[in-house]
Design a protein around this ligand. Structure first.
Ligand SMILES: Cc1cc2nc3c(=O)[nH]c(=O)nc-3n(C[C@H](O)[C@H](O)[C@H](O)COP(=O)(O)O)c2cc1C
Length: 172
């Protein structure tokens, strides 16, 4: 039987939600990752940075923009050293300036993706998948990247059926 893993990043705190800034106790991508785990039985690994991102939305967008411009690789609290034993790997995270937060790439670069199937999943407030699929193709060498899933962060509950349909279509 295939084994499934979810690698996710999510930030609680102030965020843009339904056109206004709201405080989220649980991040959107974490909610979506938990839902995908419920329907696939996947194990979960959370990417956490040593230096936390600002809870303030505007400060966080500035910190994230700098990291993107510098192509930074922020240090992590814990690293997943290998994905041995897993066949399918979901990469779940928010759209930050059109791609995943740089910390996601810090983690992905630790893993040998040869022969794995990778599922791009992004929550966003308008940009969809941004360059997620392209960036994963470049980073997850030797993996087959399936067509990604974009879910608007403020619409996760309403999107459950489309998430199920996408999983059913690509997880075989
Ligand atoms: C630093 C930062 C940058 C963002 N950049 C974008 C963006 O370029 N496009 C977009 O649609 N949403 C953007 N957003 C909104 C988030 O992608 C969206 O709220 C996401 O669901 C947050 O997920 P999380 O709660 O798991 O962190 C940004 C949010 C933050 C905090």
């Amino acid at each position: 039987m295939s084994r499934n893993l979810i690698i996710y990043f999510s930030r609680r705190g102030q965020n843009y939600y339904n056109n206004e800034i709201t405080f989220l106790e649980k991040g959107n991508s974490e909610k979506l990752a938990e839902f995908i785990s419920d329907i696939t039985g996947a194990d979960m690994f959370e990417i956490r940075t040593v230096k936390e991102y600002p809870a303030d939305y505007r400060e966080c967008t500035e910190a994230a923009r700098k990291e993107l411009q510098q192509n930074a690789r922020p240090r992590l609290e814990e690293y997943l050293g290998s994905a041995r034993g897993y066949d399918n790997i979901f990469i779940v995270g928010p759209c930050w300036w059109g791609t995943y937060p740089m910390a996601v790439f810090t983690q992905l670069e630790q893993i040998d993706f040869t022969g794995k199937k990778v599922f791009p999943v992004m929550t966003h407030e308008g940009s969809g998948l941004g360059s997620a699929e392209r960036d994963l193709k470049r980073t997850c060498k030797g993996a087959k990247i399936v067509r990604g899933l974009a879910v608007q962060g403020s619409r996760i509950e309403e999107s459950e059926q489309s998430v199920r349909d996408w999983v059913r279509k690509y997880l075989k």
